[in-house]
Design a protein around this ligand. Sequence first.
Ligand SMILES: Cc1cc2nc3c(=O)[nH]c(=O)nc-3n(C[C@H](O)[C@H](O)[C@H](O)COP(=O)(O)OP(=O)(O)OC[C@H]3O[C@@H](n4cnc5c(N)ncnc54)[C@H](O)[C@@H]3O)c2cc1C
Length: 287
Amino acid sequence: MTGSDIDTSVVVVGAGPTGVELAGQIIELSRRTIKNDFRHIDPRKARVILIEGGDHVLSSFGAHQSVKAQEQLTKMGIDVRLQGLVDAVNETGVEVRYRDGRVEHIASRCVIWAAGVQASPLGKQVAQQSGADVDRAGRVKVQPDLTLPGHPEVFVLGDMIALNDLPGVAQVAMQGAKFSAGKIRARLEGKPEQEAFSYFDKGSMATISRFRAVANVGRLELRGFIAWCAWLFIHILYLVGFQEKVSTLGHWAVAFIGRSRAERTFTLEQARGSLTNEREPRVPGTG
Ligand SMILES: Cc1cc2nc3c(=O)[nH]c(=O)nc-3n(C[C@H](O)[C@H](O)[C@H](O)COP(=O)(O)OP(=O)(O)OC[C@H]3O[C@@H](n4cnc5c(N)ncnc54)[C@H](O)[C@@H]3O)c2cc1C
């Protein structure tokens, strides 16, 4: 296989915060960090295709932020495809069914699924044993105080809960944990308990690239460099320990100001495995 035969396209499925951040990071890696690291391929030629079933990228941020984010992604060289649902993935790539009826096969040996997660199977198990319901993502439908129906002594928290369309984000998990700890303490001390969990939305953020992000805080919409600075500040703030904060700042300085990354990992097992497969194709039935 020659360098020009190697398929270097990456398909990211789902343009929520995870998909957008991933696509942005991958294109930056290919265009900046590893651009001179290979002899047989030119990483700068890698295509990054971001496929979204809805009308906008980052739809939860509102139409205006979404349009600006999409402009930015396109400017960075990411091929954004909207209104397309991926309905098949195999070793040759993905099949996309667009809303206007077109069906397209996009060739890629690297497909990243960022279109949602399933809750841990533990959720289903807990629900089955307690008589609670689960939603499509396997999350347990809890009472307003985060307990199982009929079991006020069992709390369900974080990504595993289905309640009032709360998003699967860290703040829901953290605030839910604080709420239930407060209830347990109140019970032990014989004090009145808070009846229902109420989530305080502190806002949402997504980085698009180095120096660019979008952030919604209440009615305030931030974009570009200011939003990116806010993203850095919040993430540093929530890190535990002074040492962690300083070392993270150091890593970021290397990555953002310089061209390098402290973490570069590839597994030899993977490389050896794919070489062996190419040289000695396995005979079916021989294990
Ligand atoms: C790629 C990605 C990016 C994200 N980015 C953001 C972001 O930028 N901001 C944000 O707010 N949120 C983000 N999230 C969501 C955030 O990570 C979750 O909402 C948060 O971690 C939920 O916390 P949790 O404690 O419920 O679950 P987790 O953090 O997933 O912790 C659950 C733990 O339980 C363990 N576990 C599971 N089953 C069992 C079992 N049967 N027995 C024992 N242990 C078990 C798991 O291994 C895991 O360690 C992101 C999620 C993903 C996947």
